[in-house]
Ligand binder design. Sequence first.
Ligand SMILES: Nc1nc2c(ncn2[C@@H]2O[C@H](COP(=O)(O)OP(=O)(O)O)[C@@H](O)[C@H]2O)c(=O)[nH]1
Ligand SMILES: Nc1ncnc2c1ncn2[C@@H]1O[C@H](COP(=O)(O)OP(=O)(O)O)[C@@H](O)[C@H]1O
Length: 382
Amino acid sequence: MGEAPALFIDDVQRSFSKVFDQKQNDFDTAVVVGHKTYVIGGTGEPTSSGVRIFNKLTGEWVIPTILGTKPESLKGFSCVLLNEDRILIIKKNSKSNESVWFLEVDTQFIRDQKNKFETEVVAWSKGVIGNAEQPIVISGPSGVGKGTLINMLMKEFPMMFGFSVSHTTRAPREKEQNGVHYHFTKHNVMEEDIKSGKFLEFAAVHGNLYGTSIEAVDVVADAGKRCILDIDVQGARSVRASSLEAIFVFVCPPSFEELEKRLRARGTETEEQIQKRLRNAKTELEQGQSSGLFDHILVNDDIKACYEQLKNILGISENIDAAPITANKVFDLPVDLSLSKLDEKILINCGTAEQNVVLDLSSMKGGAPARTRGLDMYGFDQ
Ligand SMILES: Nc1nc2c(ncn2[C@@H]2O[C@H](COP(=O)(O)OP(=O)(O)O)[C@@H](O)[C@H]2O)c(=O)[nH]1
Ligand SMILES: Nc1ncnc2c1ncn2[C@@H]1O[C@H](COP(=O)(O)OP(=O)(O)O)[C@@H](O)[C@H]1O
């Protein structure tokens, strides 16, 4: 225990036992945030919700809507409150790359979701240790060359970039593979998944549903890579409002005629589909160029020149991927540990000074419902 004043916790424990018919000490941790106490873990894991809130003002317990991906087990952890808006949770007896989790309780994302669900909401976000390069959102009309540019980038820098594989209800094209180019899915399945909060953003485009699942972005962050999203302007707007903190790039054709030519030359759509895409392209071009949504606008006339411009925007040069990615040191965190917080650094006390580890949160980025990136972990004596 020890995260909240002992006397108050006694009260919460008594009430918890009465309400949930469970033994005292049956939960791992309670953290006080204002007049609410967040009780984390407890009997029945992993099937039970794992988080309950005690409201001191009303004397009531609330089971919140829980979003994001939660840890597999909620046993054996220590935690500390950060900025009154999220709880940092360190799993004991774990490897450092699996040990850092955040439970967001009052971030902007949580406030938005509370309005949407009209319930109490909390959200899990796993912490990722390593440099957090900003994700890249690439938008532009159908046939402008987004896919071509992204392929060039992934081919030249395979260790650096990872593609966010979207879900779509449209039919696969001849050379498209499920799980590689898209996750092809059914309309009703995708709608259900959207309702249950699995998507970071989604939009209806050219008569089909498209969306970025939280998992699609998490997989890339977990691999330590920079995420590339190929999404439409509506999707870009949603991502702008999310916690992803991406760079937004809009790709334009040199002319409308050239766009039509490329779309036809690609030969992947029927005439009716081409007409629909060209109609939508007019609106997309207007919105993309005038909305102020995009940080950079590229004209894809000569593909090589456009690709060089894209690399400049991303701050990368020819030899950057020649060096192997430096792996982050993995620490073994013991069964017995405690946390102390000093500004943006968390000291993980593991026993002796040589074993102690610092978790540095000063470059922390992102957050629920996706990963929290940019964390640094190093030995206390370094
Ligand atoms: N909002 C959103 N748009 C997406 C997503 N995936 C793809 N799109 C957009 O959907 C549109 C159609 O994509 P696609 O059917 O592959 O056709 P293409 O653009 O002609 O190659 C493009 O503007 C994509 O950027 C997604 O996950 N979310
Ligand atoms: N700068 C360019 N000049 C000529 N053709 C291009 C250029 N960029 C892309 N293309 C071609 O245009 C077609 C559409 O490109 P694609 O990358 O599929 O577009 P998007 O993903 O934006 O729909 C493809 O056949 C591609 O080879």
